[in-house]
Design a protein around this ligand. Sequence first.
Ligand code: ADP
Ligand code: MG
Length: 253
Amino acid sequence: MTHVFPLLAVRGLHKAYRQHQLTVPVLHGVDLDVYNGDFLCILGASGSGKSTLLHLMGTLDQPDQGSVLLDGERIDNAPGPRRDKLRNATFGFIFQFYHLLPELTALENVLVPPMIEASILGWFWQGSAYRKRATELLERVGLGHRLHHKPRELSGGEMQRVAIARALMGQPRVLFADEPTGNLDEEKGEEIVGLLRDLNRRDALTMIMVTHNRDLVAPTDRVVRLVKGRVEGASTPPAEQPTVLEMPRRMAL
Ligand code: ADP
Ligand code: MG
């Protein structure tokens, strides 16, 4: 039996939200492994805790109990600056509602993450390299002809493509997608999932996609079902994950 070390390991996660005197328990001890090169679908009904789990895995929020490990290193309780760095350089995120800045063009939206990170001097030296990379990423997601369009001049599918390009700017190892097609019609939704699959296969980007729509799942995906804050079962045991060790860790672009 081949032993494959998980890229991300979730151990015994518990999470409840507190509002005034009310406690809303959401996750009740979730265990989950994500392997390098996985296309993992987290399926579950609305309210089952999918977004909560994704936020905890991506260090956007912290669990009440349990841990999240990246390459065996605990990240859920890492100091703030370490978690900021993870979100900028190791993880990428896309959401149902794109979260683009309306006054900026597609290209400028993709340039936002490095702009926030770089110093003025850094931007002076690196700005044109960032612009080149942002342009290449927009071409990669099929938007080379929409660089200077603002979000209101783009369709939903195109806005999600901009969001994907923006998420790729930091060369992430893992892309978290929370209901990425939730606001799109079926055809456009399938195109976006097709793009995510292509990034997973061709650029060896590990993908964690959360959805309530089982039609989006492909036979090759690893599937984890979340029911009322508990994992029901995984479709493929880790030992059967085949070529993940041979895959390059970084994207080609
Ligand atoms: P899903 O993404 O599967 O629809 P969520 O993780 O968003 O589920 O939410 C799970 C449950 O937690 C829901 O009942 C939701 O209302 C509740 N919830 C989510 N976020 C908060 C919050 N910030 N404060 C209080 N309750 C929340
Ligand atoms: Mg959700």
